[in-house]
Design a protein around this ligand. Structure first.
Ligand code: BDR
Ligand code: CA
Length: 329
């Protein structure tokens, strides 16, 4: 019996590591990439759309619709991360522009349509947000009828421990904390299972310089060369000999769940704190204690939080996919 590929939809702010994730989702034979929605985050949304189209065209996947979504957070002031991802948001590689154009629908409409079709087909999608959760919050609150079309949400964002955008908060949640709170609350309301691939695991699957060189050496302006160049960009920018594949790790979860260890934990998003705004407060207390005396009570949202990852396993998965060593599509 052959297993059908898992239908998957990515929400991105491409983004060097979003590009790494897109390459994997576009090329791995266990995945059926149905659509990509774009949101402002690492770069302004128009750059995100341009970058996303470039990556998919490089992977030979011009069949995948790409739509422009929210250009700013629901409430917060946008702050991009071009100091991390380069002026064009994707490593300033001078990569050729895509010929394909974006889908005319707003990203939320594209997500709505794809989820409804998946529900009708009886093959719900795995939704993988790798960016601020603005589009996802808008989708789930505006069109809650999409729930039967979503098997689960595996998102990159948050942290049980330290942040990166601030000492407390991870970038995707920090960028639009209200959206993160709404998206998680709505998903829990609608009975959509949630897995958080946050900073506790995000930096561990790294690609060493030698493997990046191997990828670049394939050449031809193809996916391997692009993936290797994105790692090289990070190594050069941060003066390292290995760099994270970042968001691509969340896509690895969909292909190979055994690469992470998760625990189902209550989670809240801090919206009011000054120093801690955007923090995901992951409750790791032992509840044999006295919950009745906690004035906050238990958070209503439970998330499978990734606390450990087999980094080498995910690195291998990503590199082998880009080198075309995991079977033909
Ligand atoms: C996340 O923020 C962005 O910089 C990356 O693309 C990733 O999604 C890490 O905090
Ligand atoms: Ca991202």
């Amino acid at each position: 019996m052959t297993t059908q590929p898992t239908p998957i939809v990515l929400d991105v702010d491409t983004g060097v590591d979003d590009a790494c994730a897109l390459l994997l989702a576009a090329l791995h034979p266990a995945l059926d990439l149905r659509a990509v929605s774009c949101v402002g985050g690492n770069a302004p949304v128009d750059d995100v759309v341009r970058n996303t189209l470039r990556v998919l065209e490089t992977a030979g996947r011009t069949d995948v619709p790409v739509a422009r979504g929210a250009e700013r957070p629901l409430l917060a002031t946008p702050v991009d991360a071009r100091h991390v991802h380069g002026d064009d948001g994707m490593g300033d590689l001078g990569w050729p522009p895509a010929r394909a154009a974006a889908d005319p629908r707003h990203a939320v409409e594209l997500l709505r349509d794809v989820c409804r079709e998946a529900a009708a087909e009886g093959r719900p999608v795995t939704l993988v947000p790798l960016a601020p959760l603005t589009n996802i919050a808008l989708l789930l609150r505006t069109h809650p009828d999409v729930a039967p079309g979503i098997a689960e949400i595996v998102f990159m964002g948050g942290a049980a421990a330290a942040g990166n955008a601030t000492a407390s908060a991870e970038f995707n949640v920090f960028h639009d904390p209200e959206a993160a709170a709404i998206a998680l609350d709505a998903a829990a309301d609608l009975g959509i299972p949630l897995t958080m691939y946050g900073l506790d695991v995000f930096y561990q699957p790294v690609v060493p310089a030698e493997l990046a060189d191997e990828l670049v050496a394939v050449g031809g302006r193809g996916p391997a060369e692009l993936g290797g160049s994105l790692i090289r960009f990070q190594n050069a920018r941060f003066n390292r000999s290995a760099s994270t594949m970042g968001d691509a790790g969340a896509v690895c979860v969909v292909i190979d769940r055994g690469g992470i260890h998760t625990e189902p934990l209550p989670l809240r998003v801090e919206l009011a704190g000054h120093w801690s705004r955007g923090r995901t407060i992951v409750d790791r207390r032992d509840w044999s204690g006295d919950l009745a005396h906690d004035p906050h009570g238990e958070a209503p949202v439970r998330v499978d939080v990734a606390l450990e990852v087999d980094g080498a396993r995910y690195t291998r998965l990503w590199v082998d996919t880009l080198l075309g060593r995991v079977g033909e599509r």
